[in-house]
Design a protein around this ligand. Structure first.
Ligand SMILES: NC(=O)c1ccc[n+]([C@@H]2O[C@H](COP(=O)([O-])OP(=O)(O)OC[C@H]3O[C@@H](n4cnc5c(N)ncnc54)[C@H](O)[C@@H]3O)[C@@H](O)[C@H]2O)c1
Length: 335
């Protein structure tokens, strides 16, 4: 089966999608869309995509297109995704799912009502190391995972995007938390077996970002999320800090602990000895695997690794609660 696709948003991610789909015999990109028609035309020409458009509404109604990929600024994710689902198309929507959980719920409803696949661009799940740890979690290797610590802290790396949308709350929904933190939150949520989040607290900062013009989002977020099964998750995300890059994802279980990123390392007490295991995992291109999985899901349905519409709702609820906690200066219940 060949899946005919339209790519909506011809910026950095839209181009990466076209390149990846071109390597898959089961995918066929037949249209590219961008509000900037010149960009759509240039990208179509560069990658040999037969059709280009400036209005996504026309494209989602077209016969002969089975699925669309949404690679626009976050503000447009919901409108385009729901429009495409209601026109009977499957949708691969980039991360973060939406501006907030209310939008993600509407997207999930549209996917269900139209019986179409909707997936989100959470490619960190598709790293070989993530799959490896997920399998160990499922086998009970770590026991009860009662704590997670995730940090993604860049010394400097504030994205811009077309017309600076990444730095504009009304277009991006927020700053580093919704842009980068969302990947780590999603990964940890999935790795640890999708526990239900119940409480969130945290604080956002913009001391470095505010030095730039047209910047109204956070450059740093520090938070804590609690889950119904007792697990706590410390979240630290930064686009800019007066310190080196610091990245890590750790899970702590009653039987063993692991670091998943940047390198996989496992610590388990064997007898009286804390033993460190450093598995040699060969990485493949996670972004490519994510798209391949989407194409497969159109025929076969969701699997455990799939970033589903429901996962999108939960992740957005966590983000909403963290942002509210910072704004209101109190612990927020997640319902
Ligand atoms: N998975 C990842 O690791 C990852 C990495 C980067 C970006 N992203 C996500 O991908 C999406 C796009 O980011 P990007 O870096 O490609 O941004 P970008 O600014 O490079 O490209 C966005 C494109 O969308 C176009 N656009 C804006 N509104 C549109 C509309 N209504 N209809 C059609 N086109 C429209 C813009 O003209 C621009 O060409 C975002 O959701 C972003 O968060 C994901």
């Amino acid at each position: 089966m060949t899946v005919n696709l339209a790519i909506i948003g011809a910026g950095g991610m839209g181009r990466a999608y076209i390149k990846a789909f071109k390597q898959m015999p089961e995918a066929n990109v037949i249209a590219v869309v961008d509000v900037d028609e010149k960009r759509a035309r240039e990208v179509a020409k560069e990658y040999g995509v037969p059709e280009y458009y400036s209005d996504w509404r026309k494209v989602v109604k077209k016969d002969g297109i089975d699925a669309v990929a949404v690679c626009t600024p976050v503000k447009f994710h919901k409108e385009i995704t729901v429009g495409a689902l209601n026109s009977g198309k499957h949708v691969m929507c980039e991360k973060p799912p939406a501006m907030n959980a209310v939008e993600a719920e509407e997207m999930a409803r549209a996917a269900k009502e139209n019986n179409r696949i909707l997936m989100y661009g959470f490619q960190w799940r598709f790293m070989e190391k993530s799959r490896y740890i997920r399998k160990l979690v499922q086998e009970g290797f770590f026991g009860h995972i009662y704590r997670a610590r995730i940090h993604y802290l860049r010394q400097f790396g504030i994205p811009l995007g077309a017309d600076g949308w990444f730095r504009t709350r009304s277009l991006a929904g927020g700053g580093v938390l919704i842009d980068c933190g969302v990947h780590l939150i999603d990964l940890t949520y999935w790795l640890t077996g999708r526990p239900k989040p119940i409480l969130a607290f945290g604080k956002q900062y913009d001391y470095i970002g505010r030095r730039f013009t047209n910047f109204d989002v956070e450059d740093t977020y520090i938070g804590l999320v609690l889950f119904e099964n007792g697990m706590s998750m410390v979240v630290e995300a930064s686009w800019a800090q007066n310190w080196h890059n610091e990245h890590g994802i750790n899970i702590y279980g009653t039987l063993a602990g692991a670091s998943i990123y940047p390198q996989v390392e496992i610590v388990k007490k064997i007898g009286d000895v804390y033993t460190t295991i450093k598995p040699e995992i060969k990485e493949a291109e996670a972004g490519h695997l994510k798209l391949k999985h989407f194409i497969e899901a159109i025929g076969k349905g969701y699997r455990d690794i799939s970033p589903t519409p429901e996962d999108g709702v939960v992740v957005m609820k966590i983000l909403d609660a963290l942002y509210r906690a910072s704004e209101e200066g109190k612990v927020i219940e997640i319902t």
